[in-house]
Design a protein around this ligand. Structure first.
Ligand code: ADP
Length: 489
């Protein structure tokens, strides 16, 4: 099958969070199964260009219709760890993708509406006619709308699968986006059964548009697919999902086992596996050395991830202090686009600067992330909202026992050692239901207690986690089934 992914991230060239990992991991899995997979991305000036091989111009003057005129683009193509990627560079006055960062600009909707339009123009002009166009998140949400309403004649056979990685960001925009992209009948699109936002009659909701227009919609875990239909976690899209539930399902994200494999990971000093765990403790030693933690008989508990309200920032902070009060060490790696949260963690870092049992690293650091997964004993993921979550799966893969709140994919992947309907060999971590300090403490105290008092039982948990399969193997097949289904429907 011929598949084109359209997304705003792809690891390792352009990665902010899990979306980047998923685009690369899923694409690679599909390619390994004999499909032709290409990825279309914006050409950000801040990309990690060193990860692209043979980057050359593949389309010199791509004129993209825009606002009654057209904007010239250059399309660059190259290989990212063996995956064919196309990067759209726009020569607009607004310098859409030359901002020094990936996200966080006031004209965000226009930037990615342009990207969606340019991606389709690229397919049109290069005569690429994939069987499946797989779009991701609000940034690529206009693709199915434009495909059906503008490009239908030229591309009548292309089918769209649309994956929602995060319902919290939907692309709520003004109607000016319609004129810019050539969707010229506002009265037609600003209808409740089309793009009109359910809570603001004057606004368009791009994610809603994608749900309406795509041939199939997925979100990133079965539990989250249930949550968004039955709780407020769809952030207002519940009715739309119900109306389209026959083409909606949850497919659990996988991990790319080439990238996340402690036995071959080039970013960690000592390689290990489930049958040879000892070198993990060499990573722990080096992690302590690198972060100036004291050598002591204590577990290291870690947090790696964005510092965002959805991740339970207050619980992360509390987990840090609880670890310090209870015979454990704590390492944090994270950053936030929100100034207030970032400042808060900088403040905390200064406050704890002389504490030999903890280290806070504020920023994005792929290499340190790998060392933390390899060197820590436990990982906390106290999310309030989590569509899937990759860090707990990475933790499991690296023998770092996850302590999580069971929302979204966390509920599908982590099973409590003491309270679960799973058999013992599938129990792999600790969970707590309540999003409060008492809940977190109950799980952390059990985990720290087991580590100190019953090391053999703790090893059994590590073993269970490392033996489970969280690769793309199963989910890759799920996506292929969906593609087949919509291709011949
Ligand atoms: P989300 O997509 O909500 O950010 P996920 O758990 O799905 O969360 O994915 C997070 C991914 O981003 C993981 O690969 C994690 O290691 C990585 N990551 C997050 N923050 C950082 C950071 N500050 N430095 C390095 N890697 C990070």
């Amino acid at each position: 099958m011929n598949i084109v992914m359209i997304a705003s991230e792809c690891a390792p060239v352009a990665k902010v969070g899990g979306l980047g990992d998923v685009i690369y991991g899923l694409s690679r899995e599909l390619a390994l199964r004999g499909n032709t997979v290409e990825v279309i991305l914006p050409k950000y000036d801040c990309m990690q260009h060193n990860h692209i091989q043979d980057l050359t111009i593949s389309f010199q003057d791509l004129w993209v219709p825009w606002n009654n005129g057209a904007i010239r683009c250059t399309v660059w193509s190259g290989e990212v760890l063996g995956l064919r990627c196309h990067f759209i560079e726009s020569h607009s006055q607004e310098h859409f993708f030359n901002r020094g960062g990936f996200y966080g600009y006031p004209d965000e909707a226009m930037r990615f509406a342009f990207f969606s339009k340019a991606s389709l123009e690229f397919l049109l002009k290069t005569e690429k006619r994939p069987d499946i166009i797989h779009c991701h998140d609000w940034q690529a949400a206009l693709v199915p709308v434009l495909l059906y309403e503008v490009y239908q004649q030229a591309m009548p056979h292309q089918r769209v699968c649309y994956t929602i990685h995060n319902f919290r960001h939907q692309g709520i925009v003004g109607a000016d986006i319609l004129t810019a992209t050539g969707l010229n009948r506002p009265e037609y699109y600003v209808q409740p059964e089309k793009l009109r936002d359910d809570f603001n009659p004057h606004a368009l909701n791009l994610m809603k548009g994608a749900i309406v227009y795509s041939n199939f919609i997925t979100t990133v875990s079965p539990q989250h697919a249930w949550e968004v239909r039955n709780t407020e976690q769809s952030y207002g899209l519940g009715n739309t999902l119900h109306a389209h539930q026959n083409k909606f399902s949850g497919v659990l994200n996988g991990l790319d086992y080439e990238v996340w494999n402690p036995n071959i990971d080039p970013l960690i000093p000592a390689h290990y596996s489930v049958d040879n765990l000892q070198p993990k403790y060499e990573n722990k030693r080096i992690l302590r050395e690198q972060l100036l933690l004291r050598k002591d008989f204590k577990p290291i508990i870690a947090y790696v991830g964005r510092l965002d309200a959805q991740k339970g920032v207050h619980l992360i902070r509390h987990g840090l202090f609880y670890a310090l009060w209870n015979n454990a060490q704590f390492v944090l790696l994270g950053s936030s686009p929100e100034r207030g949260i970032n400042d808060y963690f900088w403040h905390l870092k200064h406050y704890l600067n002389d504490n030999p049992d903890c280290h806070l690293e504020i920023g994005f650091n792929e290499e340190l992330a790998h060392l933390i997964y390899a060197g820590a004993d436990m990982l906390i993921v106290p999310s309030i909202y989590e569509p899937c979550g990759l860090t707990q799966m990475i933790g499991l893969r690296y023998g770092t026992v996850p302590i999580v709140r069971p929302v979204g994919g966390l509920a599908d992947t982590v099973f409590d050692r003491d309270n679960s309907d799973k058999p013992f060999h599938e129990r792999n971590g600790y969970i707590f239901q309540q999003d409060n300090y008492a809940g977190l403490e109950s799980a952390m105290s059990r985990a720290i207690g087991l580590w100190h008092d019953y090391p053999d039982d703790f090893h059994k948990l590590i073993d269970n986690g490392m033996r489970a399969d969280h690769s793309w193997n199963i989910s890759g097949q799920h996506y292929l089934n969906i593609y087949e289904y919509i291709k011949y429907k």
